[in-house]
Design a protein around this ligand. Structure first.
Ligand SMILES: [Zn+2]
Length: 390
């Protein structure tokens, strides 16, 4: 396989504090990067770059690790434009909207679901995202959940079993019976296609005991827990995530100091989802509180047809800076290295020899422009596994 050098990178974010300016972003000015066999082989000053078979001149543009989007719901069919329009016109958000997507997803053919997922992943790639996690959760029967994960697995290894998204419509009066199904037969059918197990711990979805039962059963099957926690109200989700050693507690919109201490002590990542608060006109979590408490913060789109229909990590970075008290450097780190931590990955979210060559080139002199120029299409090139995709 030929080697490639990307040279004359004005400002390169490596997320390797041993490099460059020694900051958490490990910023290297006037940099070059060599790709070999899909991985980063060399990083340093452009003037010292070794020869390579192919040369790409970045012309002074900034480069960052490809975004790691660690939370999305993209195995679905149907359209919820009308629901969003109604909500923006004054009606409050209710979890019932998920049922609309469940009906449409159950009726869709495999080919339709797979094509819809593929189209969203390409949309993400064009915006600089090279690693994507996605979930089941719109099937809510054993066969439908297993189908969703089997299709997702054809597109990404980062798949999460979310049979516990809401209580299945066939079990509306018996959440405990549905919980037993999720933690039993449904888990057995889904585990071969999933890396993680997740539950929506919220009033009207799953309570603390039900969440714990599902995640514990998933762990026993070798799945890694993650939790939809403390999104709409303060509840036990974050504490359960910390207690079970979850990779991530996601949303974390309503938290107290004990929740933040539990996250910091356990090492469970807090995955903040600004697109969700944006799209539901809800108050944002204050990321500054999390960072000051020593919590590792990831940013993700939560891309889904109901509560956050954005696939754009640059958008989430800009909102996190404007509304969640993050610095541009912190937001960029959380959208790359933070996402990798939330997926327990050390080969993505950073650029260092041996890491996967996932590189996003920006039509800007600095990564700060992602927040400074919100809504502007700044992605000028994307390499994934060393292959130029955009
Ligand atoms: Zn979600």
């Amino acid at each position: 396989m030929p080697t490639t050098v990307i040279t004359h990178i004005g400002s390169l974010v490596t997320n390797d504090p041993a490099r460059g300016d020694g900051s958490p972003l490990g910023l290297v000015q006037d940099a070059a990067l060599v790709i070999e066999d899909g991985a980063v082989a060399w990083i340093g000053r452009a003037s010292e770059a070794p020869a390579a078979d192919e040369v790409h001149d970045a012309g002074g543009r900034a480069a960052i690790p490809g975004f790691v989007d660690s939370h999305s719901h993209l195995v679905y069919a149907g359209d919820r434009t009308a629901e969003f329009n109604a909500r923006m016109s004054g009606r409050p958000y209710t979890a019932g909207g998920i049922r609309t997507t469940v009906r449409a997803t159950r009726e869709a053919a495999d080919e339709e679901l797979s094509a819809n997922l593929g189209a969203h992943l390409r949309e993400m790639l064009r915006q600089g995202t090279t690693t994507v996690e996605t979930k089941s959760g719109y099937g809510l029967t054993t066969d439908q959940e297993a189908r969703a994960l089997r299709l997702a697995r054809e597109h990404t290894p980062e798949t999460t079993f979310l049979g516990a998204h809401i209580v299945g419509p066939e079990f509306e009066d018996d959440a405990d019976a549905y919980t037993a199904l999720v933690a039993g037969e449904m888990l057995d059918a889904c585990a071969p296609y999933a890396r993680y197990v997740d539950a929506f711990c919220e009033k009207g979805a799953f309570d603390g005991d039900q969440t714990r039962a599902i995640l514990t059963a998933g762990k026993a099957k070798g799945l890694i827990p993650r939790v939809h926690a403390n999104q709409l109200s303060h509840g036990p989700g974050i504490q359960i995530a910390a207690e079970l050693g979850a990779a991530s507690a996601d949303h974390c919109t309503h938290t107290d100091d004990a929740d933040l201490a539990a996250l910091a002590d356990s090492g469970t990542v807090a995955t903040l989802l600004p697109g969700c608060e944006f799209s539901t006109r809800s108050p944002y979590p204050d990321a500054r509180r999390f960072l000051e408490a020593g919590v590792t913060v990831a940013l993700s789109t939560d891309c889904n047809p109901g509560s956050s229909y954005t696939s754009s990590m640059p958008f989430c970075v800009a909102v996190a800076v404007r509304e969640m008290n993050m610095t541009p450097d912190e937001a960029l780190w959380s959208a790359t290295a933070g996402g990798a931590r939330a997926l327990l990955r050390d080969d993505v979210g950073r650029l260092a020899p041996g890491a996967r060559a996932d590189i996003t080139l920006l039509d800007a002199p600095s990564h700060v422009h992602l927040a400074y120029r919100p809504g502007v299409p700044l992605v000028a090139g994307v390499w994934r596994g060393g292959v130029r995709e955009v």
